[in-house]
Design a protein around this ligand. Sequence first.
Ligand SMILES: Cc1ncc(COP(=O)(O)O)c(C=O)c1O
Length: 368
Amino acid sequence: MLRWLCDLIGYDGESFGTMTSGGSEANLIALKCARDRAGDGVRDHGLSATVFGTNLIVYASDQCHYSLDKSVDILGLGRQSLRKVPSDDRFHIRIDALREMIEHDRARGDTPLCITGAAGATSTGIVDPLDELAEVARQYQLWFHVDAAYGGALAFSEKHRARLRGIERADSVTIDPHKWMFVPFACGAVLMRGGGRILRDAFDITPEYLSEERGGEDVAFDFFRYGQLGTRRFNALKVWMAMKHLGVRGYARIIERQIELAHYFAARIDELENFERVGEVETAVCCFRFAPREVKRGDEDAARDSLQKALQQRIEQSGEAWLATTVLHGRRVLRLNINSFLTERRHIDDLVELLRREGGHLMEEQKV
Ligand SMILES: Cc1ncc(COP(=O)(O)O)c(C=O)c1O
């Protein structure tokens, strides 16, 4: 299963990985491997004994998933060591700002450690320019991690795979079969370009009761040596079955259809009075805003933000559809993510009608 996932994202035969409970654990494992490269003996002697007097810095866009904040804390780097690089108006990481931040940190004596890129950012579904990030990481000799928890599945589609260009240059990749591969919770994976050795260097331990008497090949698949977990669920089985059932082409068909539906929804939103689109559709996520021309006087931004929440609640209470809200560059927006393989065009049409109707009721109610 891990071999298939490595092949999928374009890694070569040396690569390997381990199944995880999800993207949070996968990101933590990847950053642990990056941290261990900070100096000789970090794993055994800790940061204070090995890289004392410098902060190890991880870079990610301001759209990154919160599991990175948690990870740097758990690894003893502190949350402040995660530098949130500003994203541009399409919500991609700004490479110029990233370079500036790295130079600035180096100049003041901190130690840049790792760059992470998003392939399918949580709020917007966008993919950072991975090839450019790989280039910056190479130039500064930093670990390069791609959080493809959601967007990694683009690799199934010949039509959309190009968006991931550069992912194969990453030192590590997170991919979650329980997101865009529709496998039941909980099922993630972290993949290492350099192979299982990297994970074993970070985690291997041989307690007496699990010593290597059996020896040989078996030990190479003792997954407690590849991550934090000891006892594990048989997570690979459900991915294996889904892959056997759908195959690469089956996955490609569903993913392509969902992206098409997200574009269709975006086009319908563009036509709809009182709604506006926010950002781009690069996966099956579309962000948008309920934007009637007039809102209550006073703090207009706050009034517009609360309109999004109010509309989200109305949609939820209708029982007909469910949308999330999120905050992009400080403003609340509505967020659609098509993630059921049963969704069809008529559901999108129904949703647009529902938005129009509930938006209208909301305006009447608030006398906007
Ligand atoms: C981009 C990204 N990375 C990581 C995660 C964390 O994944 P999990 O909830 O499986 O731990 C998420 C979850 O939404 C995500 O969107």
